[in-house]
Design a protein. Sequence first.
Length: 199
Amino acid sequence: MAGLTPKRIVVLASGRGSNFAAIADAITNGQIPEAQIAALISNKPQAPVLELAQSRGIPVIVLESKAFRKENRFDRISYEKDLLNCLRALKPDLICLAGYLLLLGKEIIQTFPGKIINIHPSLLPLFKGLHSQKQAIVSGAKETGCTVHFVTESLDEGPIILQNRITILENETEESLISRLLPVEHATYIEALKRLCSN
Ligand code: GRF
């Protein structure tokens, strides 16, 4: 409703950033009137998503996960501590994972109950984990899709907010399915945010 303070969204992304850009542009175009992106956080200093945020005037925070490698081991505890501090300071109403390639730890998840959401390129609970589009093709499924869901401590689980489906074509390749599914992901994420931000 006009006049209300927009919900503060923080996006976490590690790579290409097409979902991030779709969300940011939907907000700019007035499709999600009750939202604003407070910041983009990435764990990768070379991620293309950073440029997409900067060119849209969205504040960017890089918390390089590689810098937390000590003697060839990822110091997850220190990384999560810094990420948690960063998130707390941003006072998010919603944290959106959009191709964020690290798992979030228990403390972060428990600090923001019901406020962290993710998009996954399959019809969960099917095809969890990596290469979901390839998993769908290999399984012989006739359709697949994407899922926006709340994030819990179990990978790719948590209550489902919204799903959309597409048919898997004959002779479908992983690449063709990824590229046909992406616009569906964008629309699904935008619709899920519209619903979450309006109540
Ligand atoms: C998307 O397929 C999303 O479902 C998955 O990671 C990919 C991120 O793509 N979690 P992009 O960086 O948003 O283009």
